[in-house]
Design a protein around this ligand. Structure first.
Ligand SMILES: *Cc1c(COP(=O)(O)O)cnc(C)c1O
Length: 229
């Protein structure tokens, strides 16, 4: 078995172990393989080993790889920063977008989603630390954006919240940050907004994310190794 096959089964086993340890339903957590700055060959290897969902952060790079891998039924996720002049490409080349962070971007993605495709699955990226240097919607504005997506944008399917929190050395502190996001999601659900997924956790912190209730972990380096510069 090559490295990617080995890492893939190792991560999957660990995800299942976490589901068990933290009393989550088995199979609740989906693995997104983050393939930005990784060659198409590695994606193909992981796909042949059973991994279907891949996450990319840079539109041009992703479209190049999509062309090379058009023979594979890959489920493509966009997880990078969204520039408004790229919304048309994103809405037509991806099934999922994790990084919706303002009203104008949501509207553009909705307007550009081709009619022949099912609604685009989206997450609202939350700035849970309210850190001005970070992207994401301030906690106080999340509800309004969520309501606006569900009422005005029929070609978007709002699935949940996404977060890229600052790194904490202490796993318990990292857990508490993820818990804040899970609580925010629960409060939106209690106000009648339908959300069924929660995108949080990366290579270094996915265990605590699962403990807090993540249903989708985005893992790059732990699976593919270091990225190309
Ligand atoms: C790069 C990236 C990841 C993966 O990070 P790793 O630490 O390599 O697992 C996850 N989420 C987002 C939004 C990213 O940009």
């Amino acid at each position: 078995m090559n490295d990617i096959n080995q890492q893939l089964s190792c991560i999957k086993n660990n995800i299942h172990a976490c589901e068990k340890r933290f009393h989550k339903t088995a199979g609740n957590v989906m693995l997104l393989a983050v393939s930005k700055k990784q060659p198409a060959e590695k994606i193909e290897t992981a796909f042949q080993a059973g991994q279907a969902a891949f996450g990319e952060s840079y539109v041009q790079e992703a479209i190049e790889k999509q062309k090379q891998l058009a023979h594979l039924a890959i489920d493509w996720h966009f997880i990078g920063n969204i520039q408004s002049n790229k919304t048309k490409l994103i809405a037509s080349h991806f099934n999922w977008v994790h990084s919706v962070n303002r009203q104008s971007i949501a509207k553009r993605l909705n307007d550009h989603r081709p009619d022949h495709l099912p609604p685009l699955n989206v997450f609202i990226e939350v700035n849970i630390d309210n850190d001005p240097s970070k992207s994401g919607v301030p906690v106080t504005d999340v509800k309004l954006l969520a309501q606006s997506i569900t009422t005005h944008h029929p070609k978007l399917n709002l699935r949940g919240l996404m977060v890229i929190p600052h790194h904490e050395k202490d796993p318990n502190k990292q857990f508490l940050i993820f818990k804040k996001v899970a609580d925010l999601q629960a409060s939106l659900i209690s106000k009648g907004i339908v959300l069924d997924a929660l995108s949080m956790g990366m290579s270094a912190d996915y265990e605590m994310a699962i403990k807090a209730g993540s249903t989708l972990v985005r893992i790059g380096t732990a699976l593919f190794g270091e990225r190309e510069k």
